[in-house]
Design a protein around this ligand. Structure first.
Ligand SMILES: [Zn+2]
Length: 340
């Protein structure tokens, strides 16, 4: 089969990979309908994470089940399925508490590489959620968004305790940040302040439900948020970048007693104890347990109540994946959808 392989920083190509096979009785093989490039794929692409050998890429996927292992009970060939970036059994104590991304049997899909024609999905019954029927092609981008960016933004909003009547700040205007705005609106936020400097992203932020846009960063950004919130700061802040600057901005934008949900993959973040101590905020985050939210998100999408697929502003055939990486790296595209 064809699949995306990262050979070295900046050098991503589509090449031949071995067809996946059932390795464990709990596996399924899917034919990938669509995959996409994640902001986190840019970390190794930019050389921020080391690339020591050619690596298959991709951890977001929707597709049709081709084959299942002998122990798979619920998932059947022919179903259209969505899973997330950690395969999980959905039965262990951690999964049952709603933290499937920390499942004791978890498998990272990024090591499998779903930017390909086929993919092996471990722990298929726990990992995959099937739609009631094979959806129309127009729903595919939104269902694919649920695989990671929507589920991650949604977890950010839940971790930040977004509730009706609350004021929410979203730090980060990538796909996750934009969909955290959509999530905050769905969860009843009264006011949603998006921090963004890019016009096309500001526009989408407003369409997804942002009520205010703040273009300043750092001290000025915090000051503007305070101004907009009567000097108090926000009830809920969603951090969707993962840098030192964004994390501190998030903590300092929350009011005492407020909640910060952090879902940007942290790179080089070190929190000063004095800032933490004096902030008096709740911090909760980490790799999003997207599996917890998938059934609800799939229903909202199939009912056409939300359209998270609008974050895909570039769609390419799989063979042109390198162009998709480049466009995201240069911030010409918010998110690239790849069709095998
Ligand atoms: Zn588990």
């Amino acid at each position: 089969m064809r699949g995306v392989i990262l050979h070295a920083p900046g050098d991503v190509r589509v090449g031949q990979r071995e067809d996946p096979k059932i390795e464990q009785p709990t596996d399924a093989i899917i034919r990938v309908t669509a995959s996409c490039v994640c902001g986190s794929d840019l970390w190794p692409y930019r050389g921020v994470e080391p690339v020591d050998r050619p690596a298959p890429m991709g951890h977001e996927y929707v597709g049709i089940v081709q084959e299942t292992g002998s122990a798979v009970r619920d998932i059947r060939p022919g179903q259209f399925v969505i899973g997330s970036f950690w395969a999980s059994d959905n039965t262990c104590e951690i999964c049952r508490a709603g933290y499937q991304s920390s499942c004791v049997h978890r498998v990272l899909m990024g090591t499998i590489g779903t930017q390909a024609e086929l993919a092996r999905i471990p722990l298929a019954d726990g990992t995959l959620v099937a739609t009631p029927e094979v959806p129309g092609d127009d729903l595919v981008p939104s269902l694919l968004a649920a695989s990671d960016v929507l589920g991650t933004g949604w977890f950010g909003a839940v971790a930040a305790e977004v509730q009706p009547g609350r004021t929410v700040v979203v730090v980060g205007d990538g796909a996750v940040g934009l969909l955290a705005i959509l999530a905050a609106l769905q969860l009843g936020a009264e006011r949603i302040i998006a921090m963004s400097r890019h016009e096309s992203r500001q526009k989408l932020a407003l369409e997804f439900g942002a009520t205010d846009i703040v273009t300043e960063r750092g001290d000025d950004g915090v000051a503007t948020v305070k101004e907009l919130t009567g000097g108090l700061g926000a009830h809920s802040v969603i951090e969707a970048v993962g840098t030192q600057e964004s994390m501190l901005q998030a903590i300092r934008s929350a009011r005492p007693g407020g909640h910060v949900g952090f879902v940007g993959v942290a790179h080089g973040v070190e929190l000063p104890g004095e800032v933490l101590f004096s902030s008096a905020v709740h911090l909760h985050g980490g790799p999003a347990p997207v599996r917890r939210f998938l059934p609800e998100l799939i229903e909202l999408i199939c009912d056409r109540a939300i359209e998270p697929g609008r974050v895909f502003d570039l769609t390419l055939p799989l063979d042109q994946a390198a162009d998709g990486y480049r466009a995201m790296d240069e911030r010409r595209a918010i998110k690239t959808l790849l069709r095998p």
